[in-house]
Design a protein around this ligand. Structure first.
Ligand SMILES: [Cu+2]
Length: 307
């Protein structure tokens, strides 16, 4: 028997098909009645219009039956929804950050990953966090979706039932690169998970800056290869001359460490010509002084590479 990819999959599908079947029944039923009325009561057969008033039996019937139907729909929906909000005590907790525009998953041991790796058959609670706008964590195969509202804590939980790789999407339109905001969840055996969990994510010292850029989704808008995305590319940034607009005045600045720091902390102060203002939020509460040093060091190291 089909068990579904998560503990909620079957329940959600049943509630959906229940409502779907009722909708199909009424679509077909109402269409038939409509056509029958059109034929039966057309002007040729009934040239004189007639006012029909009060039919207690009929009115009670068409009030009570729909009431029962919508209450049944409510019951099925609620019966499936309720356990989704009751997290078992032994659930493993993972903090999920959804930002413009990527996902990261932080485990109890501090491990941060761009992929949600979970052991099969174990309950997991995802604490949902958004630092910028509303996102929505959606795992279609598991039939779960929950909004992530900045400033409001939210969560979801589930038990993955079948090993495999499943898609994670953002289901709330969150800006230009919303459709690129995807990740994968990999459901593995307990042993594989423990092995992965204990592994350190290697961060090479030279790449610390790049890791910070990637973890904060900077590279979702600023390409590394020279292509134009939402913001100017990072390629060849360090030491280059940039034409920027400050308060409507054009000027040239050199992309040195102070410029890079300004661009991170006050992104709207100077806008590189050809790009729109208001596209990037200030990162003053997210990226620390040390992070900025690492980022600058990364850009500097890149500028020394042969083209
Ligand atoms: Cu989003």
């Amino acid at each position: 028997m089909f068990q579904g990819a998560s503990n909620f999959a079957k329940g959600v599908d049943s509630a959906f098909f229940f409502i779907f079947a009722i909708s199909i029944f009424f679509l077909v039923g109402l269409t038939i009645v409509m056509i029958w009325f059109m034929v039966h009561y057309n002007r040729k057969r009934h040239p004189k219009a007639e006012q029909i008033k009060d039919n207690m039996k009929l009115e009670v019937t068409w009030t009570v039956i729909p009431l029962i139907i919508v209450m049944l729909m409510f019951y099925y929906g609620y019966a499936v929804f309720k356990p989704m909000r009751q997290v078992p005590d032994d659930a493993m907790v993972v903090k999920v950050t959804g930002r413009m525009w990527n996902w990261s998953f932080e485990y109890a041991n501090g491990k941060i990953s761009n992929e949600l790796v979970l052991p099969v058959g174990k309950a997991v609670k995802l604490n949902l966090f958004s630092p910028d706008v509303i996102h929505s964590l959606y795992i279609p195969a598991f039939r779960i979706k929950e909004d992530m509202v900045p400033g409001k804590d939210n969560y979801m939980w589930f038990i993955p039932n079948i090993e495999g790789t499943y898609e994670i999407l953002c289901a709330e339109y969150c800006g230009l690169r919303h459709s690129f905001m995807e990740a994968k969840t990999r459901i593995v055996t307990e042993e594989e998970f423990q092995k992965w969990f204990a592994e350190e994510t290697p961060i090479v010292p030279e790449d610390k800056g790049l890791a910070i850029l990637q973890n904060n989704a900077c590279t979702s808008c600023h390409s590394l290869d020279g292509s134009k995305l939402v913001g100017p590319t990072f390629k060849g940034l360090f030491g280059s001359e940039r034409l920027v607009m400050e308060n409507g005045v054009e000027k040239t600045v050199t992309a040195d460490s102070t410029y890079i720091k300004r661009a991170i902390l006050e992104p709207d102060k100077e806008i590189v010509k050809g790009f729109a203002p208001g596209m990037m939020r200030a990162y003053d509460k997210v990226i620390t002084e040390d992070d900025i040093k690492a980022i600058v060091a990364y850009f500097e190291s890149q500028s020394k590479l042969p083209n």
